[in-house]
Design a protein around this ligand. Structure first.
Ligand code: ATP
Ligand code: MG
Length: 407
């Protein structure tokens, strides 16, 4: 018997002729995510990936917690790999189920809601079999029936319940046979690196980390740009953004973060443009700078955390004026989401607690009391012409600091 990790992937299956490229990328990302945990062999067979550690003290828990953050993976299981021989399967199955029931019994005693597991002290189960190896003499229903009977006889405290079992026991008979009790869900999506590179405008807020995560989930490699208005925004505000990039890097493996000095531009805008246009002109400048840094680094799209109507600068009219500043596609994955939906994802991906740390950001420092909710492009352009934008943007891009986060 050998303990291995079984990885299931989903959508990659749909990619036709591109499928091998998607699978190769997924395997590369998997190997990379396991860096530092010791030697493993990663192999693929019949739309499954198997990870076999070479050492006995392999840390399966850490491996699983990293794998569930690899996009493209739908779920993982820690499984026992045994010879595809029914006597061997039965023996190991009994051993695995005995361990599992002991564990389940402990948590059941600690108060299961249904109380079913405790009724009569028995835990109910059902065997789910799959036979991918047609040379194996029994068909799936027969495997389930015979193995179920064997377990019932050989593991104390069990009963069968095919409708609402306390747990499922899975048997997959392939060249080898894989047995397991748990399926741990992952996020699905596509492997990072299969959808080009996006440049994320990463603030310290709740929305933009979620936006970056969502595009990474669709296979985009992510780089980030942050506008820093020192000393109006503090070093701690910058550290917060670095922390957010670090959390995102657990999903994207590595994030290159560009920190743009934005103070001079903000002061200029503040000085020369009417208050109600400050935010929109600032946002146009951000987009231009981000586009330039994106082009220099091979990114083909910008990503923002905008959501329609959330604030004055995110009305349809304001977004139209902002968008007009650049020609690269701008991905706004949160555009149709409510704040509570975004918060829910932020919690799930672990960025929320960092995002709500109370450090100021540049948009809150220079903000008008009554920003225009329906700005006009011609007016924005007219006010902008009072600035030496080309010069200002060139300087900001040149003085940008770049950090590699993660890995
Ligand atoms: P977030 O929660 O992402 O900060 P928000 O709801 O506060 O978003 P805005 O402050 O209007 O909205 O910003 C809209 C988008 O502009 C952000 O989601 C982000 O993509 C980008 N952005 C705003 N401020 C910055 C900044 N200082 N650096 C980089 N990007 C920024
Ligand atoms: Mg913000």
């Amino acid at each position: 018997m050998k303990k291995v990790i079984l990885v299931r992937y989903g959508e990659i299956m749909l990619k036709g002729l591109n499928r091998p490229a998607f699978e190769d990328r997924l395997i590369r990302n998997i190997k990379r995510s396991l860096n530092g945990l010791g030697k493993t062999t990663v192999s693929r067979s019949q739309a499954r990936i198997y990870i076999e550690p070479e050492q006995d003290d392999f840390d399966f828990e850490s491996a699983v917690s990293r794998l569930v953050r690899v996009f493209g993976i739908v779920s993982v299981s820690i499984v026992w790999k045994v010879e595809s021989d029914f006597e061997t399967i039965k023996k190991h199955s009994a051993e695995m189920v005995r361990d599992y029931v002991a564990k389940l019994g402990g948590s059941a005693a600690a108060g299961r809601e249904s109380g079913q597991a405790n009724a009569g002290g028995k835990v109910s189960f059902k065997v789910e079999s799959k036979r991918g190896n047609k040379r194996f003499p029994l068909e799936s229903p027969e495997i389930s029936r015979q193995l179920g009977g064997y377990l019932l006889k050989n593991v104390p405290g069990l009963k069968v319940d095919v409708n609402d079992p306390d747990f499922l026991f899975f048997v997959e008979v392939r060249e080898y046979t894989y047995i397991y009790c748990d399926i741990i869900p992952a996020f699905g999506g596509l492997p990072v690196g299969t959808s080009g590179k996006g440049m994320l405008l990463l603030s310290g807020g709740i929305d933009s980390p979620v936006a970056g995560w969502m595009m990474a989930k669709r296979g985009m490699e992510i780089e980030a740009v942050h506008f820093h208005t020192y000393p109006y925004t503090s070093e701690r505000a910058k550290d917060k953004v670095i922390s957010l990039a670090k959390i995102l890097s657990q999903y994207c493996q590595r994030i290159r973060l560009h920190i743009v000095p934005f103070t001079e531009i903000q002061l200029e805008i503040n000085d020369k443009c009417p208050a109600e246009y400050l935010t929109i002109i600032m946002r146009r400048a951000m987009m231009r700078i981000a586009e330039r840094i994106a082009a220099q680094n091979g990114a083909i799209a910008l990503i923002t955390g905008e959501s329609l109507g959330q604030v004055a600068s995110q009305t349809a009219e304001a977004i139209a004026v902002t968008n007009n500043a650049v020609s690269m596609p701008v991905f706004r994955p949160l555009i149709g989401m409510d704040k509570n939906e975004v918060v829910e994802i932020a919690r799930k991906i672990d960025t929320y607690e960092t995002s709500i740390l109370p450090y100021e950001d540049c948009c809150t420092v220079f903000v008008a009391k009554h920003p225009k909710t329906k700005p006009k492009l011609e007016e924005a352009k007219e006010y902008e012409s009072r600035l030496d934008l080309e010069e200002l943007i060139g300087r900001a891009v040149r003085d940008t600091e770049t950090l590699d986060i993660g890995d």
